[in-house]
Design a protein around this ligand. Structure first.
Ligand SMILES: NC(=O)c1ccc[n+]([C@@H]2O[C@H](COP(=O)([O-])OP(=O)(O)OC[C@H]3O[C@@H](n4cnc5c(N)ncnc54)[C@H](OP(=O)(O)O)[C@@H]3O)[C@@H](O)[C@H]2O)c1
Length: 253
């Protein structure tokens, strides 16, 4: 994979610092430990897509950070809607990320886990055929999984066409995949939020206004809003790279 172009990223808060190196950016991510982290890019007015895709919203800073988020992940989870819309191929990190991982005893690439209630996925696609690490398919019980047996591990959980997010995440953790990155779309983010599984949210605020009827980063229903607290503010030109974490209960402290 081509190396991401170096683009300057500064830290605005906490501890302002200019032109952070990859190691410094990665260290801050690792300091969170075993978390389930969600990543999105959004326009200033809250659009998660342009012309149905996220790619048009991201710039070089977003792409650099996106790669570093993958660098530290043990598993990257994506909903089938995003796989179909974005035309995902096999998940491979950059050569620099693979080298960084191998130096720390990690497999060169994270595991790719694809979530599909309907199992509307092509087992002959490049995602599976060219995977550097055997992927995982997360689906509901009763689907015809035979075609995937040769190309992926299959986790079955949930009922009907609805995957039980709690059980799915527990199954990943039981395999030792405890640093989880979700690149899934609004449906998956909504399901993870509803199950209260999200520890951190990285959101790149792209300096554009999109208007129209593009989706937001999360959909679905929540019993109550989820409160967040700020972990850091990074900036590259007019692009903000924000990281939030689950708000800690003040009663516990
Ligand atoms: N701005 C960004 O950073 C960003 C990031 C990611 C995606 N996107 C955009 O989001 C759009 C796709 O949205 P999306 O909501 O369809 O994406 P998604 O959440 O990645 O995928 C939704 C699909 O995942 C499966 N799924 C997720 N949760 C499930 C559950 N609890 N139970 C059963 N199945 C579940 C289902 O697959 P089946 O239909 O196969 O059952 C569902 O249709 C695209 O336009 C993409 O470009 C934007």
């Amino acid at each position: 994979m081509a190396e991401a172009q170096h683009v300057t990223i500064d830290r605005v808060w906490p501890d302002p610092a200019g032109d952070l190196g990859d190691d410094e950016l990665v260290e801050a991510l690792l300091a969170s430990g075993d978390v389930l982290r969600v990543n999105f890019v959004s326009s200033v007015d809250g659009a998660a897509t342009r012309d149905g895709l996220s790619g048009g919203l991201g710039d070089d800073a977003d792409r650099r950070y996106f790669e570093l988020l993958r660098r530290v992940a043990q598993v990257v989870v994506v909903g089938a809607g995003t796989v179909r819309a974005e035309g995902y191929g096999p998940l491979r990190v950059s050569d620099a990320s693979a080298a960084w991982r191998e130096e720390r005893g990690l497999p060169p690439h994270p595991v790719f886990a694809i979530v599909s209630g309907s199992l509307d996925l092509d087992p002959a696609s490049r995602i599976f055929a060219e995977a550097p690490v055997r992927p995982i398919v997360v689906t509901t019980p009763g689907r015809d999984i035979a075609a995937f047996a040769g190309v992926a591990d299959v986790i079955e959980c949930g009922t009907g066409s609805r995957i039980d997010a709690d059980a799915a995440v527990a199954a990943l953790r039981a395999r030792g995949l405890t640093r989880i990155l979700s690149e899934g779309g609004p449906t998956m983010f909504g399901a993870l939020l509803a199950a209260d599984l999200v520890d951190e949210l990285c959101v790149t605020v792209s300096p554009t206004l999109e208007a129209g009827d593009a989706r937001r980063i999360a959909t679905g229903q929540l019993p109550d809003p989820r409160a967040l607290e700020l972990a850091h503010v990074l900036r590259s030109g007019s692009t903000l790279l924000l990281r939030y974490r689950r708000k800690r209960s003040t009663a516990a402290s």
